[in-house]
Design a protein around this ligand. Structure first.
Ligand SMILES: Nc1ncnc2c1ncn2[C@@H]1O[C@H](COP(=O)(O)OP(=O)(O)OP(=O)(O)O)[C@@H](O)[C@H]1O
Ligand SMILES: C[C@H](N)[C@H](N)CCCCCC(=O)O
Ligand SMILES: [Mg+2]
Length: 240
């Protein structure tokens, strides 16, 4: 799968929080932008930040060089927890998955590609009812906009199981995993990581679009260089 062919709504989910969804979102956004596409990035539910702090969508947008008008965050809950939990503890009413799907469809209109970053992994509760990103995929698909899905995985021992479980959960709900991305590939991979690189596509039953070098999460030039490699890969996997 060629990253630069992605169009429409692209959900960036992961095997866990901190897997590297934000940096992966930045790399894909930059690759699409370099291919001449107009990109919107949405983080519907952001937790753990004060109102004036930059969120994941701002970090990704800054790294990818996306205009601030093309970065949207719908709701922010204060404590760094799952959105459902964080909202409940703050006594906040937050938009339902159905409402978020409506906004995504409205906001994405006119853009070539809209990247939507989840929070944590696929079963994490996003709205007040505990519906999550799988429910969001269902609602979007039910309204005729089957999303593309990218799963961000870790490199370390344990990732084969987490990656397999996550991809199965997505497919069990009738959605396709377009590709997986290893969100942070270390300079000096250990034995398990070197083996995982060879086995992770089988575990996922989905293609590995590539690996993102560790440490580029604060370096926009490095993100844009990595994005160029993803664009030039033309559907082959970007290897270390
Ligand atoms: N390739 C990378 N280079 C540099 N830092 C990275 C990389 N991947 C992940 N990180 C770091 O790991 C942490 C988590 O990354 P990130 O915010 O992308 O995770 P996430 O999957 O988006 O998690 P969340 O569920 O909170 O959105 C951050 O501190 C980020 O700086
Ligand atoms: C606060 C954090 N950075 C994420 N945005 C939310 C992660 C929720 C994970 C919940 C869980 O799986 O236990
Ligand atoms: Mg993030």
């Amino acid at each position: 799968m060629n990253i630069t062919d992605l169009e429409g709504i692209i959900i960036v989910t992961g095997t866990d929080t901190d897997a590297g969804k934000t940096v992966t979102t930045a790399v894909i956004a930059s690759a699409l932008k370099q291919a001449g596409k107009d990109v919107l990035i949405i983080k519907p539910y952001q937790t753990g930040l004060a109102p004036d702090e930059p969120g994941d969508v701002h970090d990704a947008g800054h790294l990818a060089g996306i205009d601030a008008n093309n970065l949207l965050e719908y709701v922010r809950c204060p404590e760094p927890l799952a959105p459902t939990t964080s909202a409940a503890r703050a006594g906040m009413t937050i938009p339902s998955i159905e409402d978020v799907a409506t906004r995504i469809l409205e906001d994405s209109d006119g853009h070539d590609a809209t990247l939507v970053e989840g929070a944590g992994g696929v079963l994490v509760g996003l709205d007040n009812d505990g519906s999550g990103v799988l429910d969001l995929m269902d609602v979007l698909a039910g309204r005729g906009h089957e999303p593309h899905v990218i799963v961000v995985t870790r490199s370390a021992l344990g990732t084969l199981n987490h990656t397999g479980l996550t991809c199965r959960a997505i497919r069990d709900r009738g959605h396709q995993v377009d590709a997986i991305v290893i969100g942070s590939w270390p300079d000096r991979p250990d034995l398990a990581e070197r083996c995982n690189l060879e086995e992770i596509e089988d575990a996922a039953a989905a293609p590995l679009a590539g690996v993102i070098p560790a440490g580029i999460g604060k370096d926009s030039e490095a993100v844009q260089r990595t994005a160029r490699r993803f664009g030039e890969a033309g559907g082959t996997s970007v290897r270390p």
